[in-house]
Design a protein around this ligand. Structure first.
Ligand code: DX5
Ligand code: ZN
Length: 218
């Protein structure tokens, strides 16, 4: 099974967003990873609806929208309306996670749940059969270009146990610090979607870097 690559638009050149989106369209990437930050849940602010709507006009691949915001349940339909195909909310920001998941599915998007590095995957046991994707944060959310947290490998292995038990079509997404040095081991451990921001956009040839990240893993 080949894994998916989701370049993170957070690391794109916002003066040339259309050019960078077309690069992703013409590459072997599978999804656009779109990071929304509110300055409350995370100590940074990124972008919101107008930018995602503009991106969606150019993008020919699904938008994988990662909400690093408090009260994500208030905005489910608005993210659908600007083009989200996958909508991921943080467990840590969702006291009524079950209800939010149902709202995302009712809005006909794939539903994802993201976990911060300190949150064990066991908190998902009661909802894992209902969701399409789990995003394991392999850095503390808020910024691109951070160092990968090695404990993520243990969390992938723990999540694979839950996946095998409850939801064999679950996508396991890894977000933060993915590089050409660790992508193979991530896939071998059970990752099925790799987000890559700085590794792609800080490279001299982003298209080739996406191709390299997409290479088959034995
Ligand atoms: C971090 C974001 C990531 C970020 C990844 O809060 O959720 O998606 O863009 O960037 P890199 O790949 O540079 O760690
Ligand atoms: Zn992200």
């Amino acid at each position: 099974m080949s894994h998916l690559i989701a370049p993170s638009v957070l690391s794109a050149d916002f003066n040339n967003l259309q050019r960078d989106a077309e690069m992703i369209n013409n590459s072997q990437a599978d999804w656009f990873h779109v990071d929304v930050m509110d300055g409350v849940f995370v100590p940074n602010i990124s972008f919101g609806f107008p930018v995602i709507k503009a991106l969606n006009k150019v993008a020919t691949k699904p938008l994988d929208v990662h909400l690093m915001i408090v009260r994500p349940e208030l905005y489910v339909n608005q993210f659908r309306d600007v083009g989200a195909a996958v909508l991921t909310v943080h467990h840590e920001a969702s006291p009524h996670l079950h209800r939010t998941i149902q709202a995302i599915k009712s809005a006909e998007m794939k539903a994802g749940v993201a976990l911060n590095p300190h949150t064990p995957v066991s908190v998902l046991e009661e909802v894992i059969a209902d969701i399409d994707l789990v995003t394991l944060m392999s850095v503390n959310p808020g910024f691109g270009g951070q160092k990968f947290i090695e404990n993520t490998f243990k969390k992938i292995a723990d999540l694979v146990v839950l996946k095998n038990k409850y939801n064999q079509s679950l996508e396991i997404e890894i977000d933060g610090g993915v590089t050409l040095d660790n992508y193979e081991k991530l896939v071998q451990t059970g990752a099925t979607v790799l987000v890559a921001g700085s590794t792609v956009f800080n490279s001299s040839n982003p298209t080739d870097t996406i191709k390299a990240l997409k290479s088959d893993v034995a």
